[in-house]
Write a protein that binds this ligand. Structure first.
Ligand code: FMN
Length: 348
């Protein structure tokens, strides 16, 4: 693939972000049913992949025809070897993680720690570029700390080192998820480089995307927590309109995940145990779904609704149950999914 084709691979798209746990294979499939593209593995540690580990994390489903593997590490040679293995195992693109904020990763000099070492970061990109032909993206943040926002410089360096695209989460490492993402620096980065910048941070509604399109020259958009709250967000973003599912439709979405998870993990006792673990994990995000309106969006802007507190749920018993943060309620939901004890979606 020539480099201009590889750049096009990341242009004008709205992919699902790499997410530990959240980007499990059945959940990626669910999101793809609503239009997610360029689905990506959870973060994989390069040194483990090279030693024969991380194999379950790099598996993908045949419907994921543009699946990528995200690799984290700091040694250029190990990262290059890991990328070659990922491609041999079916990766259609490679994403390099320079954004992971977790202490365990950062203390070892990987993930977001490399934001502080631009030359080393570029050396990793160059080594991987030399090792694989597939499209290569990187995942950056604005910088490590507020004092030094160096993402525009980093975007130039990764372009020079051979990256075909750069996803940027509009926050620093130290900021974690506090305050809204700052998109003006993503705009500046895109004005500085030719490779597509894939903007990331706080996309939750179709109006967020519309605003970012109007206010920046970023044209690709990466979605993480929005997809965990509502896997149908990709449909909303593509259509430019919200989809507020009925309660029956929300049960059907959960049941669809259950079925995909059973297909992947198995529906024997051992498989179901894993399905339950993932299902309960997802409920921690699903229960936070709220049908925000355009008026809510306008009222909050430029702060993101991602940072807003949901109003107390009102409505029938199921509306309240599905909004509950309580683990006991999540077990009730799980049991009702197993028993298929929920309202059916009326046929059209
Ligand atoms: C549960 C969870 C797991 C994540 N795991 C990863 C990961 O493995 N690799 C990565 O680059 N980013 C990871 N992220 C960060 C997201 O990809 C994304 O950059 C961040 O959440 C901001 O986007 P959002 O505002 O759309 O959520 C994770 C985020 C969440 C919520």
């Amino acid at each position: 693939m020539d480099r201009s084709e590889a750049r096009d691979f990341f242009r004008d798209i709205t992919p699902m972000a790499p997410m530990a746990m959240g980007g499990n294979l059945p959940y990626r499939r669910l999101c793809r049913e609503y239009g997610a593209v360029r689905t990506c593995s959870e973060m994989v540690l390069a040194h483990k992949l090279v030693k024969g580990g991380e194999r379950t994390l790099v598996r993908h489903h045949p419907v994921e025809n543009d699946f990528g593997v995200q690799i984290a590490g700091k040694h250029p040679e190990v990262m290059a070897d890991a990328a070659v293995i990922a491609v041999e195992l079916g990766a259609q693109f490679i994403d390099l993680n320079f954004g992971c904020p977790i202490d365990l990763v950062v203390r070892k000099g990987a993930g977001a720690a490399l934001l502080k070492r631009p030359a080393k970061l570029a050396a990793v990109v160059a080594a991987v570029r030399a090792a694989v032909e597939v499209p290569l993206s990187v995942k950056l943040r604005l910088g490590y700390a507020e004092k030094k926002l160096n993402v525009v410089d980093l975007a130039q360096r990764v372009q020079e080192a051979g990256a075909d695209g750069a996803a940027i989460h509009g926050r620093t490492r130290n900021q974690r998820y506090s305050r809204s993402a700052r998109w003006e620096l993503l705009d500046e980065a895109q004005r500085t480089v030719d490779i597509p910048i894939i903007g990331n941070g706080d996309l939750l509604t179709p109006w967020d995307l519309q605003k970012r399109r109007e206010e920046t020259c970023v044209r690709s958009f990466l979605v993480a927590r929005g997809a965990l709250k509502k896997p149908w967000i990709f449909q909303e973003l593509a259509e430019g309109q919200p989809w507020d599912p009925s309660i029956a439709q929300r049960w059907a979405v959960m049941r669809r995940y259950f079925d995909l998870a059973c297909e992947h993990f198995g529906d024997d006792d051992k498989g179901l145990e894993r399905v339950q673990r993932f299902f309960l994990w997802h409920l921690k995000f699903w229960h936070r779904y709220h049908p925000w309106t355009e008026a809510d969006h306008a009222e909050h802007w430029p702060e993101s609704l991602m940072q807003a507190r949901n109003p107390s749920p009102a409505g029938d018993a199921d509306t309240i149950l599905l909004a509950s943060p309580e683990e006991t309620d999540h077990l009730v939901i799980w049991q009702r999914i197993l028993d298929q004890d929920y309202p059916a979606v009326p046929s059209a």
